[in-house]
Design a protein around this ligand. Structure first.
Ligand code: ATP
Ligand code: MG
Length: 307
């Protein structure tokens, strides 16, 4: 990152701190160094400021190694800030364990690799693992597990007694997701929730996430390499590069800004690219279409004009 860009990003971060009233999660000037104090020390987060408001879907994008997975491990206290602050619903995530239980109940994180999250031999037991620690009565526990499995598209009766080692990659991912959902978090943080899924399952998971937000008021933080997914789901997006936030805002604004993506090795959603290329060839379509539907409508309108 250039010095001027870093300065602009720092100024943006400072401005945002003042505007964060009502945020459910505050991340302010957060730094993270892996293997600190050794010759292998590597700064993975450099002064990240980010806010998540109740009920919104926040996208986190950035190329490989930009710090996305590191950042989200701070959102439920898996990592504790050594430099910077993380506050979740008024609970400061600090070195002490005060409030950490509350933070873990409020914020559920589904890791990038479901293998890291699924331990039990049977699917039903794995999904029940977290809520069982809450000391729920057997009937309530079963109802929660059923609800969480159905919510992610794993029919309870067909899957509860399946051995987890027999699951497909997509089914394993859904099992990990159901295990997090079964804790009934207020905020669901998903690291690449649809990677490795076929297009139809991807759309299905996307619809299910939107339904959870609509019906249950769930707040979502979504890490993804899939710009079409982010365009279709997120209300706001943060672009990470080398551990710093280099752009943020509604996807329509961020994806239409050539300086917000290209320098960081990212491409806008496919429909946006098509419209931008048509415009470059003198065809008057809007340059900020995000979805296939919007691009289709824009192109149809341009064709009608041309007749
Ligand atoms: N456990 C670790 N020990 C040392 N360095 C690490 C560790 N985990 C991550 N890193 C380094 O920190 C940086 C950020 O990694 P991180 O996993 O947060 O990136 P990411 O944006 O999630 O990448 P990806 O898109 O590939 O998942 C990378 O340079 C990575 O090599
Ligand atoms: Mg990652």
């Amino acid at each position: 990152m250039t010095a001027s860009r870093a300065a602009a990003s720092a100024a943006g971060a400072r401005a945002e701190i003042g505007r964060a009233d009502g945020a459910l999660i505050h991340v302010e000037d957060l730094w993270h160094t892996y293997m600190a104090g050794t010759p292998f020390a590597e700064a993975a987060l450099r002064g990240v400021t980010m806010h998540v408001y109740p009920g919104e879907v926040v996208g986190v994008i950035g190329h490989t190694g930009s710090g996305k997975s590191t950042l989200i491990q701070y959102l439920n206290g898996l990592l504790r800030p050594a430099r910077g602050r993380v506050v979740v619903a008024g609970h400061e995530v600090g070195r002490s364990n005060a409030g950490i239980e509350a933070v873990r109940r409020l914020v559920g994180v589904a890791f990038q690799d479901p293998e890291d999250q699924v331990f039990e031999p049977l699917v039903g037991d794995d999904v029940a693992y977290g809520p069982r620690q809450l000391g729920l009565a057997a009937e309530e526990l079963r109802a929660r597990v059923r609800w969480a499995m159905e919510a992610v598209g794993l029919p309870f009766d067909a899957f509860k007694d399946r051995y987890t080692y027999t699951l497909s990659g997509g089914e394993l991912r859904k099992t990990a997701l159901a295990g997090v959902l079964a804790m009934r978090p207020q905020v669901l943080v998903l690291d690449e929730p649809t990677s490795g899924l076929d297009p139809a399952t991807r759309l299905d998971v996307r619809e299910r996430l939107l339904a959870l937000r609509r019906r249950d008021g769930l707040t979502l933080v979504l890490v993804s390499h899939d710009m079409d997914e982010i365009a279709g789901l997120a209300d706001r997006v943060y672009v990470l590069h080398a551990g710093a936030v280099v752009a943020s805002g509604p996807p329509r604004e961020v994806f239409a800004r050539p300086d917000a993506l290209a320098p960081y090795g990212l491409l806008p959603p496919f429909p946006t690219q098509v419209c931008v290329r048509l415009r470059a060839r003198g065809i008057p379509v809007r340059g900020d279409a995000l979805t296939i539907e919007e691009a289709g409508a824009a192109i149809a309108a341009a064709l009608r004009e041309a007749r």
